[in-house]
Write a protein that binds this ligand. Structure first.
Ligand SMILES: Nc1ncnc2c1ncn2[C@@H]1O[C@H](COP(=O)(O)OP(=O)(O)OP(=O)(O)O)[C@@H](O)[C@H]1O
Length: 808
């Protein structure tokens, strides 16, 4: 009894405790709501502790070491608390992420949002990497809340995401994947959505995402709070109307500032002719081995080639590369590696231009001119973030200088010219030519890089800056180590005439053009060994994969890249195929001579060559075949090749010889009498079947054994390769770091030996992680820490776990 009485008493106590607790909770919520109502929008807020915050958010911010607000946070958060629509603009690295995440947590908290209420807030990000980063920050500051939060960026099965979606209160996502779910996930309801955030809003509202975003907006309720943030904010009336903004508050903290970029950022440009850019980049890297640098290039193929080629030259610093065609897992690994690295160079496309917060980046190099000043601002914003210093250098071809500087001036970007010290400039051209000659795969990458660069210039809208006709493309190709500029044919678009001429011009510049090459050869006075090597016509013999690139009809096609060249090349090749094609006449199978002239259009060059061809066209007759036309010496030679001609001959018959040397066909009918003499036909059939069954069984056993053996070998090889790679990686990181040559730029107020200064100015490792490492929060009790600890994302598995990261 007694125990029962005690138990009963304790239950009553518990109930009373629970009621009291609930009451206290309700009281404090009412107080919080009142405080927000009374919030003075004009009074600046300095510390997070001065804001009316719920306990879980306050704890999350403090555990993540956020104490004082940045300008944009101080000016945007209180408006957002009151439910206003916001257009937030502030320089890169000024803390815009918290300016929308804190209001999301708080507004849902004050509305007592639970799992049953469904989706309350949606954050759209233009890239996966940025979405992951936003989600990480949300996890850190939201770890004491009971909301469920998900990351929807693709890269894993739709089904898995679908199962979880229905339970999410906050979603961070990329537009494409979000729309897929809105269209395809039956249980996914957005009727209750309270808040929509567009990070990098101008990017999300631009042409590239227009249709997707409009379709997403169609699914969302019109009555909601909408917040747009960017360093280069959109104010286009059309965009705002599309978003149904209601009297938005325009919070622009740096509008009156003298520059659109952080004041702690030193910005320079150098005029470097296109063919010297790679040399300049190499010299820069060699001079800054103790720095952390992001190098921007215009396309994934450029990134790939520059990374692969410079890696082989072993600069003495870790090189990494990142572009949109890499697999998600790989991209994640690279961002993590670069974030953690102290000294490294990351070659990247604009996929990392916006929003990414790599710690302590010293330099941003723009090897290829960005498409506009806004992209420039975002790219340079990867350094000099949150009160840190940073430097940026833009490489401009002489033809780009005037036009682009005008754009920068218009956007209030202060930039100074610097010169490259010629004695510090090192050339890699010869080494690259050598490497490309020996390694056809590298040459293939180089050709793709060349084409994609030309394409990127060609498609630019700003013709005042990007003047394709003024670029020395032949020299540029040589600087990449290529034997000649790949021939490019423009096949789509609106200015057909111009492109036709361009195609003609480029065709004439091409090293692959027979007549042109001949002419050039004559003009050249001195020919080097490499000149001769690259003039060889039979380079296909060296490079097996070239034949894979060439269809039977002799045209270049989007096709499988060499296996180890990486999967992304395949996709990219497809991409190029609709816009550009590389013309090559290569294989002996060029017997259908009409093809080439058709495919090359009716440019003057073709007209010329046709006239020339007509003079000495010959015919070759093969047994039983239509006559083949020969219109050039090369084809004549090719058609004399026995091997090539085999293709046109009929199929042979296989013969076997008996002991007397008589030839027989492989399969001959047996003489009927001999067959009968061997016994009953049925018995013979059964015996034959038994024999064959046994033979098949044996063969099967042997095959299985062979397969097992092959698998074993493959596994061992893979392991050995992984071991070797791991060792190579280590030695790459260790190799040559002691060299510290001079900075090749004459930068006002800087000198080549300032690397060590920079190192000193960089906070120690512990300081650097101060905002990002919740677990270093020693004053919290251990048990709580373990309950809400936030691990960094390292693998795709981690990412999956994140999808329900905040589930209470
Ligand atoms: N209140 C704060 N106190 C200290 N550090 C902060 C604060 N707010 C943000 N930071 C830090 O500043 C850095 C930049 O923040 P964030 O990524 O939000 O910038 P951003 O304005 O979104 O930049 P971008 O325009 O490039 O996207 C981050 O490392 C973040 O942790």
């Amino acid at each position: 009894m007694a125990p029962r009485a005690v138990k009963g008493k304790s239950k009553t106590h518990q109930d009373t405790g629970r009621v009291l607790k609930r009451k206290r909770g309700e009281d404090s919520l009412a107080t919080l709501i009142k405080q927000v109502e009374d919030l003075d929008l004009k009074a600046p807020v300095k510390n997070f502790s001065d804001l009316p915050l719920s306990e879980p958010t306050a704890k999350g911010l403090s555990a993540s070491h956020f104490k004082t607000l940045t300008d944009i946070q101080s000016r945007a958060i209180n408006h957002a608390f009151k439910g206003r629509d916001i257009l937030g603009a502030a320089k890169t690295g000024s803390g815009k992420t918290l300016a929308f995440l804190v209001p999301i947590l708080e507004n849902l908290y004050r509305k007592k949002w639970t799992e049953l209420d469904g989706l309350g807030a949606l954050v759209l990000s233009p890239t996966r990497e940025l979405a992951i980063q936003i989600f990480e920050v949300l996890r850190k500051i939201g770890r004491y809340h009971n909301f469920s939060a998900g990351l929807i960026i693709g890269g894993k099965s739709l089904r898995e995401e679908q199962d979880r979606l229905g339970r999410m209160n906050i979603l961070v996502c990329t537009p494409g994947r979000m729309l897929q779910h809105l269209d395809q996930t039956a249980m996914f309801e957005t009727n209750n959505l309270q808040m929509l955030v567009l990070d990098e809003a101008d990017r999300i509202m631009d042409m590239g995402f227009q249709k997707t975003v409009d379709a997403i907006l169609d699914h969302l309720p019109k009555q909601r709070q909408t917040m747009l943030f960017s360093a280069t904010q959109t104010k286009k009336v059309g965009d705002l109307a599309r978003l149904s903004l209601q009297e938005p508050e325009y919070v622009s903290v740096h509008e009156a500032a003298a520059s659109a970029t952080p004041s702690t950022l030193q910005q320079h440009y150098t005029v470097t002719p296109l063919p010297q850019k790679l040399d300049t980049l190499w010299s820069f890297i060699r001079s800054n081995l103790k720095s952390k640098t992001v190098v921007f290039l215009s396309s994934g193929k450029q990134v790939r080639y520059v990374y692969e080629s410079l890696r082989q030259l072993q600069p003495g610093i870790s090189l990494l590369h990142l572009h949109g065609r890499q697999k998600q897992g790989g991209r994640l690994d690279i961002t993590t590696k670069f974030s953690q690295a102290q000294h490294a160079v990351l070659f990247a496309t604009d996929v990392v231009a916006r929003g990414l917060d790599f710690p302590a980046v010293d330099w941003v190099i723009q090897m290829d001119c960005p498409e506009d000043a806004d992209t420039y601002i975002h790219r340079v914003g990867r350094t000099a973030r949150y009160e840190r210093v940073g430097r940026a250098v833009l490489f401009l071809d002489p033809s780009e200088e005037k036009g682009f500087l005008k754009q920068l001036e218009h956007k209030k970007v202060p930039i100074e010219k610097i010169n490259i010290k010629s004695n510090k400039q090192q050339s890699v051209k010869n080494q690259l030519q050598n490497m490309c000659f020996k390694d056809p795969e590298l040459k293939y990458l180089g050709q793709k890089a060349f084409i994609s660069y030309v394409k990127s210039i060609y498609v630019q809208k700003d013709k005042e800056t990007f003047k394709i006709k003024e670029l020395p493309l032949e020299e540029y190709a040589a600087s990449l180590g290529l034997p000649g500029a790949p021939r490019i044919k423009f096949i789509k678009g609106d200015n057909a005439k111009e492109r036709k001429n361009e195609s003609w011009r480029m065709a004439h510049m091409s090293g692959d053009d027979d007549s042109e090459t001949e002419k050039k050869k004559d003009e050249k006075e001195v020919r080097t060994r490499y000149d001769r090597m690259f003039e060889r016509r039979n380079q296909g013999v060296l490079a097996e994969h070239y034949s894979k690139l060439i269809n039977d009809d002799g045209t270049m096609v989007a096709t499988d890249a060499p296996k180890d060249a990486g999967a992304e090349i395949d996709d990219e090749a497809d991409e190029d195929a609709d816009f550009l094609s590389v013309k090559r006449r290569f294989a002996a199978g060029d017997a259908e001579l009409g093809e080439d002239s058709d495919s090359s259009g009716s440019e003057d060059s073709d007209a010329e060559s046709k006239t020339k061809d007509a003079k000495d066209v010959k015919m070759v007759h093969l047994d039983g075949q239509d006559p083949l036309l020969i219109d050039s010496k090369r084809r004549e030679k090719l058609l004399k090749s026995k091997k090539k001609l085999l293709k046109f001959k009929g199929k042979g018959t296989k013969l076997v010889y008996d002991d007397e040397g008589n030839a027989h066909e492989m399969y001959e009918m047996e003489d009927e009498d001999a067959f009968k003499a061997r016994g009953d036909a049925n018995a013979q059939r059964e015996k034959f079947l038994e024999g064959e069954t046994e033979r098949t069984r044996q063969a099967d056993i042997e095959d299985k054994e062979v397969m097992r053996e092959k698998r074993r070998e493959k596994k061992e090889k893979r392991k050995a390769r992984e071991r070797a790679e791991a060792e190579a990686d280590m030695s790459e990181e260790e190799g040559g770091l002691s060299h510290l040559p001079h900075v090749p730029f004459e930068i006002p107020g800087s000198d080549s030996d300032s690397a060590s200064e920079r190192d000193e100015s960089r906070p120690s490792k512990k300081q650097r992680v101060s905002f990002a490492e919740p677990d270093s929060d020693d004053d919290k009790p251990k048990s709580k820490k373990s309950q809400a600890s936030v691990k960094p994302i390292e693998t795709l598995g981690d990412l999956e776990a994140l999808a329900s990261g905040l589930l209470g």
